[in-house]
Design a protein around this ligand. Structure first.
Ligand SMILES: [Zn+2]
Length: 92
């Protein structure tokens, strides 16, 4: 049996495509820790933590870094620990 709303769906698809084209190419965000399945991250691993810090020393948001909420929380705690132990500066 044919669905009557077929034409409408087509129009909707076209509209969505137009919207997407206007915004530019879409890059799918992914959590690099979920993707690589890295179980443990260390607060001593400054090189890897440094990716999630801006040049002024602030922590990048998950929106920027693409981390999931769980891993963003873990990274925030690790960075704060590393800061407390003066491995990473609070402010540059
Ligand atoms: Zn994750």
């Amino acid at each position: 049996m044919k669905v009557k709303t077929r034409g409408f769906d087509k129009d909707k698809k076209k509209l969505l495509k137009k919207k997407r084209d206007a915004l530019g190419p879409v890059r799918k965000r992914f959590c690099r820790f979920c993707a690589d399945k890295l179980g443990s991250i260390d607060y001593k691993d400054i090189k890897r933590l440094g990716v999630f810090i801006t040049e002024k020393g602030k922590i990048n948001s998950s929106r920027f870094s693409g981390n999931c909420a769980k891993h963003q929380r873990i990274i925030r705690e690790l960075i704060n620990k590393a800061r407390f132990l003066s491995l990473i500066p609070y402010v540059r």
